[in-house]
Design a protein around this ligand. Sequence first.
Ligand code: DI6
Ligand code: FE
Length: 409
Amino acid sequence: MASAASDRITEGTTVWRNARIVSMRADSAVTFERGAIVAKNGRIVFAGPEADMPTAPTQAETIDCKRRLVTPGLIDCHTHLVHASNRANEFEMRLAGATYEEVAKAGGGIVSSVKALRAASEDDLIRQSLPRLDALIAEGVTTVEIKSGYGLDLDNEAKSLAAARRLAEERPVTVRTTFLGAHALPPEADGDKDGYIAKVANEMLPAIAQLGLADAVDGFCEGIAFSPEQMARVFDEAMALGLPVKLHADQLSNLHGAALAARYGALSADHLEYTDEDGAIAMAKAGTVAVILPGAFYFIREAKKPPIELFRRHGVRMALATDNNPGTSPLTSLLLTMNMGATLFGMTVEECLAGVTREAARALGLSGETGTIETGKWADFAIWDVERPAELVYRIGFNPLHRRVWRGQ
Ligand code: DI6
Ligand code: FE
């Protein structure tokens, strides 16, 4: 059936037909049982029932999806994927009884990853990070957020972010970078947190912004890291530079980080195990996405679960991400992350799938570009050998991806 859209479909067009499309559009997962997606120049120009599809030009490449399930490409909206070496040794210490905080105080923790990253070249970082990126991509990831935070001085933070940007040249994937200078106190700061925060806010952040290396600014608001007041200083500078903010909030204790993030209109507040009702209300009002990170919860054997029911009750949007990092979440599977969100926190299949697509896009400020299958967005989607969305959440350690499409390719 021809429609007004037909004149938009010209040469270089690709048509995926005979697909069961879970579009994740708007607030409900609209499903087209016999659907088609038409992409041109990397954007979706039609997505809907095949019967309504405009006539494609004879040159259009047509792919028969054979009734496979098609979802938006998956989005990992919180990772520390660019890092050097690993911390399997600390994993063993923790198995012998030490806590994450004890390991950190003993000179391990984030600071040991800082030493490794400073010693690595940008090329080393690319080489070490590519296998992790490839693992995500193999499960249908089309967009990944990558934070700095293991450099903790200007040169090494810039090196991390430049490596993250270069990963997007090495692979067909969208990378969003986040400056996390306020992640931990570097050894040379000699315990002077205020002094280091001043340097982050007044020197590092403006320079990173000037270099165009960051899409957002993040911080670790926690007893073992930085106070809400210290984070506010960094956020004030981010606002002045026009960069959106995010926050590692209320992961190990309730410092009211979620409410702080909301005050700054943050794209997201992440972790949130200890967030209280006031925090949830503030997030809902500000439209700040709750990024749930079950990998870290699982790996450090946290006992307190994030308040999913509070988020539901107050209408806080929820995303799910791997938090891929060497210390608390050496996880490179969004499929397993969804399973953990469901099994550990009681998230529904719909919430899990929205959490790695539509809501993850929102957490990155990319709602206009990706995260759902609809006209105008990037043609980012995943074609799965499954019959129902629940199968994507239910399996453990099995990858049913048939094909991944990034920007129409
Ligand atoms: N919270 C986390 O879980 C990670 N960073 C953060 O702010 C831990 C990072 C690490 O231990 O290397
Ligand atoms: Fe993190």
